[in-house]
Design a protein around this ligand. Structure first.
Ligand code: GLA
Length: 396
């Protein structure tokens, strides 16, 4: 879910374009140029939250921030991973996962490839990312997909983008301990910033759709660390599995009629109602909703995540309410797993900066420090707490 995690240190600022700077960074650390590289974006989910592990529908889009991984065969033994943001090199072999959080994701990808029969030489890897960490914008999926793309290029592996996404998901589940769904790696592997990826997570059938006409994406970080996100997430998964079992279906995706969940006891009824109504919202949006209707569906999604799925926080509710009240906003909601992290709004194009400034000022007056993440703020505006603040709060 995130490449942050307990005890991770606040990143420093190596530079704004990882794709251009990654190879130079590799050479500076390892004393020779890389042999191959790969990169991948973070994602923001526009609609379809907590539906992917229920075999349902999602509508994410890529964000401009990317992760770059450069790689070359090493002298060995084992693997060295340098993370530019942390100015830190981890050394490990396949048998033992490293302690460093970011290197664990790389280790997970290497293990998945090795388990699939790929013979891995000793490797040196260099990571450079601008994807915000720990706010629900899929920094970990971007890292895994970029790692697998770099290894595909170096070793000539016959892996398509869906296989890369599946490997990334397995690496995350096995080595990061979160039972995440397929949305994040599929979005990182297949989406772009001009489209939303309409994905059926059961069949993996997908279509790249244009963003809603008359709408522009704005992402604000609430500044609230995702408290209990992993345990809360896994508990929601268990509740959905139990709800499906009691309703006699393989997954909640099979239920179209919200009335069908009313026989369940709470909280299973509320959890199932969110999933059923959220799938309906995604299907309607993917059918060609304009920005106004899409925004209304986002507002309804937030209410459902807050009231039925219980994954919002008072701070997220406050920031979403400020966004929803702005005249240039079509709709807004929390995005990602919840429990803290980011909000997404659909704005009148060209008004994203003004909306962000006004919502964040009002949020600050409530005693909270939020940050604009998408569109990336102008570097001239970056200051304390800004998108490129070298000393953000730990744990985000
Ligand atoms: C996290 C998971 C995803 C998805 C979302 C909630 O981002 O990694 O698979 O379940 O939460 O929609």
């Amino acid at each position: 879910m995130s490449a942050g995690g307990p005890g991770h240190r606040a990143p420093s600022r190596p530079g704004a374009d990882p794709v251009a700077e990654g190879p130079r960074g590799f050479a500076a650390v390892f004393g020779r140029p890389p042999e191959a590289g790969g990169d991948a974006p973070g994602r923001v989910n526009l609609l379809g939250e907590h539906t992917d592990y229920n075999d349902g529908y999602v509508l994410p889009t890529a964000i401009p921030q990317r992760t770059r991984v450069d790689v070359a065969r090493g002298a060995g033994p084992g693997f060295r991973v340098h993370a530019a943001e942390y100015r830190d090199t981890a050394s490990f072999d396949l048998a033992a996962p490293p302690a460093e959080h970011h290197a664990r994701y790389v280790h997970g990808c290497l293990r998945e490839l090795a388990d699939g029969g790929v013979v891995l030489p000793p490797l040196d890897l260099h990571l450079h990312s601008t994807v915000p960490i720990g706010v629900g914008l899929s920094s970990s999926a971007a890292l895994e997909v970029a790692t697998l793309r770099a290894l595909r290029a170096l070793l000539g592996l016959a892996l398509d983008d869906v296989e890369i996404a599946r490997l990334a998901q397995r690496a995350e589940i096995a080595y990061a301990g979160v039972q995440c769904g397929i949305m994040d790696p599929m979005a990182s592997s297949l989406a772009d910033t001009d489209h939303m990826l309409f994905l059926d997570t059961r069949s993996l059938e997908r279509t790249l759709l244009p963003l809603p006409r008359g709408g522009a994406v704005l992402v604000l970080d609430s500044g609230i660390a995702r408290r209990l996100a992993d345990s809360g997430y896994n508990r929601r998964r268990d509740e959905c599995r139990e709800a499906a079992r009691r309703l006699g279906v393989a997954s909640l995706r099979e239920i179209d009629d919200p009335a069908a969940v009313e026989s369940l006891p709470d909280p299973l009824r509320a959890r199932a109602r969110h999933v059923v109504t959220e799938n309906a919202r995604v299907l309607e949006a993917a059918g060609g909703a304009d920005a106004a209707r899409f925004g209304a569906l986002m507002d309804a999604s937030h209410a459902s995540l807050r009231d039925d799925y219980a994954v919002s926080t008072p701070e997220l509710d406050a920031l979403v309410a400020l966004l929803q009240a702005h005249p240039d906003v079509h709709g807004a909601r929390l995005t990602g797993a919840g429990f803290g992290g980011a909000c997404v709004a659909l704005c009148v194009p060209g008004r994203e900066g003004a909306v962000a400034a006004s919502a964040l000022a009002a949020y600050r007056a409530l005693g909270h420090a939020g940050t604009q993440r998408v569109p990336e703020p102008d570097p001239a505006d970056r200051g304390p707490g800004g998108a490129d603040d070298p000393c953000p709060d730990p744990g985000r």
